[in-house]
Design a protein around this ligand. Structure first.
Ligand SMILES: CC(C)(COP(=O)(O)OP(=O)(O)OC[C@H]1O[C@@H](n2cnc3c(N)ncnc32)[C@H](O)[C@@H]1OP(=O)(O)O)[C@@H](O)C(=O)NCCC(=O)NCCS
Length: 192
């Protein structure tokens, strides 16, 4: 069940995607702003993807991001660790194909992921953690409505230095104030 954004399509992960993830997650320029630090081989990555695909659901949902125009697989976006009682989950996004950074694909993928989180999973809040120094990602999150809740000081070791990590979140109401409420299904003639 792919989700069509303006520029990207979100589709289920496939085991055949593993090779690309291995390439991206062994690229220091991509992992510099992620907690990934150990080398990762094709077999374990394939097993991880198969497990994620098998258990995809409310607790953990991950989509592959494809460029609509070409069908090229460029990254992944997902929401994990959601609990029905608290109605919030944790967002993660990586555009691993770095030649595609800065083209608006991240923003489009995030917007569609948030619509899914609020309108299909019924979450109230989507939260994330981002390195305080990751200006590109922080700019993007702010653009789609995330606000900074606070800073974990010297929280993660990166390149020999303990760096700060910011906690950011967006609520459904904040998201809808920016992007609009869900369209009326009757107008879309989906319902009789
Ligand atoms: C963060 C990431 C998802 C952004 O995706 P993207 O497709 O590049 O995002 P967009 O093109 O939609 O938006 C990027 C915006 O950041 C801003 N930006 C670009 N380069 C920047 C820089 N060096 N410093 C600050 N801001 C920058 C711009 O405003 C840009 O938007 P614009 O060029 O359209 O004006 C992607 O770069 C990525 O996957 N990085 C590596 C993994 C990562 O850091 N993930 C997030 C972990 S919390």
């Amino acid at each position: 069940m792919p989700i069509e954004g303006e520029l990207v399509r979100l589709r289920p992960l496939e085991p055949a995607d593993a090779e690309r993830y291995v390439q991206w997650l062994n690229d220091p320029e991509v992992t510099r702003t992620l907690t990934v630090r150990y080398p990762l081989g094709s077999e374990p990555e394939r097993a991880i993807i198969e497990r994620m695909a098998k258990h995809a659901g409310y607790r953990d949902v991950n989509f592959a991001i494809e460029v609509r125009e070409t069908g090229e697989h460029i990254g992944t976006v997902g929401v994990s660790d959601s609990y029905r009682e608290s109605r919030w989950g944790t967002l993660g996004i990586v555009i691993g194909a770095k030649e595609h950074w800065g083209r608006g694909y991240g923003e489009d993928a995030l917007r569609e992921m948030l619509r899914f989180a609020f309108w299909e999973m019924n979450l109230d809040t989507v939260r994330l953690e981002v390195y305080a120094s990751n200006a590109r990602a922080r700019d993007l999150y702010e653009r789609v409505g995330f606000v900074t809740e606070g800073r974990k000081r010297a929280a993660v070791l990166r390149g020999g230095e303990q760096i700060d990590v910011d906690v950011m979140s967006v609520t459904r109401a904040e998201f809808e104030a920016q992007y609009g409420a869900p369209p009326d299904l009757r107008e879309r003639k989906v319902l009789p």
